[in-house]
Design a binder for this molecule. Structure first.
Ligand code: DAT
Ligand code: MG
Length: 148
């Protein structure tokens, strides 16, 4: 079953939106596989956002993402990688549709409250950056047969 990496960014934690964000993902039907409350180191931040190393906003991005605790998660479900991107909405919250997490809850591109992997390759890479194999939990839910 497909898995993706999702993170409530420091602004989401500071704004007390952790529960709201998890509620939306849970309600959709996806299964929580791993969760960690943590402060991201400079090294991990660099590695996580390595694709943006040459962008003008890279330095600000690193200081933002390391500025306070985040909630790192692995979520599982059918088509979860692409579908999570739809639930999140566009990168720039001013362009994100109402009904999406960013569309409903965020205003600025550099404070867009949530991260989600953008491809199967990114999902695999990001999950293994943040979690060890044994931290990803296998379990059955009674509702699984109604969802997957
Ligand atoms: P996403 O987070 O939707 O995958 P991305 O990978 O293109 O978007 O960029 C990573 C993060 O970098 C994004 O969530 C917010 C920040 N960012 C992107 N474009 C930006 C810009 N033009 N100015 C400031 N921050 C930006
Ligand atoms: Mg991205």
């Amino acid at each position: 079953m497909e898995q993706t990496f999702v993170m409530v960014k420091p602004d989401g934690v500071q704004r007390s939106l952790v529960g709201e964000i998890i509620r939306r993902i849970e309600s959709k039907g996806y299964k929580l596989k791993a969760i960690k409350f943590m402060i991201i180191s400079q090294e991990l931040a660099r590695e996580h956002y390595v694709e943006h190393v040459d962008k003008a906003f890279f330095k600000d991005l690193l200081s933002f993402i390391t500025s306070g605790p985040v909630v790192a998660m692995v979520w599982e479900g059918e088509g979860v990688i692409a579908s999570m991107r739809l639930l999140m909405g566009k990168t720039n919250p001013t362009e994100a549709e109402p009904g999406t997490i960013r569309g409903d809850l965020a205003v600025k591109v550099d404070q867009n409250i949530i991260h989600g992997s953008d491809s199967p390759e990114a999902a695999q890479r990001e999950i293994s950056l943040f979690f060890q194999e044994r931290e990803i939990i296998d379990y059955n839910r009674a509702i699984d047969r109604w969802i997957s």
